[in-house]
Design a protein around this ligand. Sequence first.
Ligand code: ADP
Ligand code: MG
Length: 331
Amino acid sequence: EDTVARIAAGEVVERPASAVKELVENSLDADASRVEVTVEEGGTELIRVADDGRGMTEADLRAAVRQHTTSKIADLEDLESGVSTLGFRGEALHTIGSVSRLTIRSRPRDGSGAGTELVYEGGDVTSVEPAGCPVGTVVEVEDLFYNTPARRKFLKTTATEFAHVNRVVTRYALANPDVAVSLTHDGREVFATTGQGDLQAAVLAVYGREVASSMIPVEADGDDLPPGPVDSVSGLVSHPETNRSSREYLATYVNDRAVTADAIREGIMGAYGTQLGSDRYPFVALFLEVPGDAVDVNVHPRKREVRFDDDDAVRRQVDAAVESALLEHGL
Ligand code: ADP
Ligand code: MG
């Protein structure tokens, strides 16, 4: 049973960034207005996600680490958005806990409930104790993959693992400007959004002043777009002069869900065209509205990779939207 759980875990939790993604999603699902992500050694030594969300009682905590336990029902909206996480419900904490030392401290927002700390190691609850803590939840994942040496060996350098973590947290920070999201690596704060701003403010916090101040707004719908399933494209794209990221760093969303899609990526790159140096990538936060039935989410649900019934049309639409924004700025 342990082995089965660990094999399954390797598919769900590939690397520290996958655990970070699940934990941040849980915090946002818990209606947090603040999410603090702290990692050490790229997340291999420690991942801590602290939120001020609705929190959990002792019973909730015990249930949360059980397999197939979820307090969430798949809501209709999720299904209609076409980007559903159904099929993976209630697995994350259990799975992460089966390949790490997991400690959760939580105190419910409602009622007078005190805090509880639960420790879960290699798939077993090893301690549950009362704990003094503020309302909300702190999840700590230590020594990820300590009991799956093969998976541990597969991890890349600290810098690479951290880059993946950074990308994940950035995506959620940009998609939720009304939540204060911070990221700290090895004691150094990488960014912190205020949770009180709009997309522009979040971009400033995440990418810095130089990039943010020259970002170009994209706003295209209806007749602005060539024919295709996309109803609207909006967001911010960087000025080619500030395209100095050596890594591809695109925050793209379909119906407000962070996703990756080849068609969107290629559309963006196409719009920059020759303005894109060989090792220069743009910073992008781009939001697409697309009818749910035009999106195929089953490509790789865990990675949030999606395809469209008509990828070519989506590529042309994104290309056109970004290109006309660049053109308006004489680029
Ligand atoms: P899922 O998110 O699919 O329900 P998880 O394993 O990620 O499955 O979490 C299990 C349950 O634990 C959640 O349904 C939720 O009730 C609870 N939970 C997890 N993280 C938090 C959190 N940060 N705040 C409040 N509740 C949480
Ligand atoms: Mg979850």
